[in-house]
Design a binder for this molecule. Structure first.
Ligand code: HEC
Length: 107
């Protein structure tokens, strides 16, 4: 019984220990290959990080909206080429959150 309790405690601690920091955004972005279509300051297949940050600067709902868009994919906001949908196997919900916040920070 006691050992079981200890195992749960250690598991909980290690999850907390790997919590994502805000500056992991860039690493996740590169790992998930978002950088093949999104560049810092020039349009590629997708909008640049600067254009994204400018467009959504005044939009408080942008992070939630864009997190959903990254999951679901879709076209029509920047052009007719679609943003591919990104499955959880490529980036977890927590990773998408950190990454979108980082993408929107390029003002
Ligand atoms: C194959 C190219 C491609 C890849 C890879 C890609 N994107 Fe995109 N992304 C696009 C295109 C094209 C759009 C514009 C979609 C539109 O016009 O609605 C876009 C739009 C976006 C937007 C803005 C959506 C909006 O509605 O304004 C975000 C945020 C975004 N991408 C995040 C990501 C993230 C995060 C990744 C990596 C996990 C990623 N993209 C990978 C092509 C790509």
């Amino acid at each position: 019984m006691k050992t079981q309790y200890l195992v749960v405690m250690i598991a909980t601690l290690s999850v907390a220990g790997t919590a994502l920091a805000a500056d992991d955004g860039e690493a996740i972005f590169n790992k998930a290959k978002c950088n093949t279509c999104h560049k810092l300051d020039k349009k590629a297949v997708g909008p640049s990080l600067k254009d994204l940050s400018a467009k959504y600067a005044q939009d408080k709902d942008a992070p939630a909206k864009l997190e959903a868009k990254v999951r679901a994919g879709g076209a029509g906001v920047w052009g007719s080429f679609p943003m591919p949908k990104i499955p959880a196997s490529m980036a977890s919900d927590a990773e998408v959150k950190v990454m979108v916040a980082w993408m929107l920070s390029h003002k």
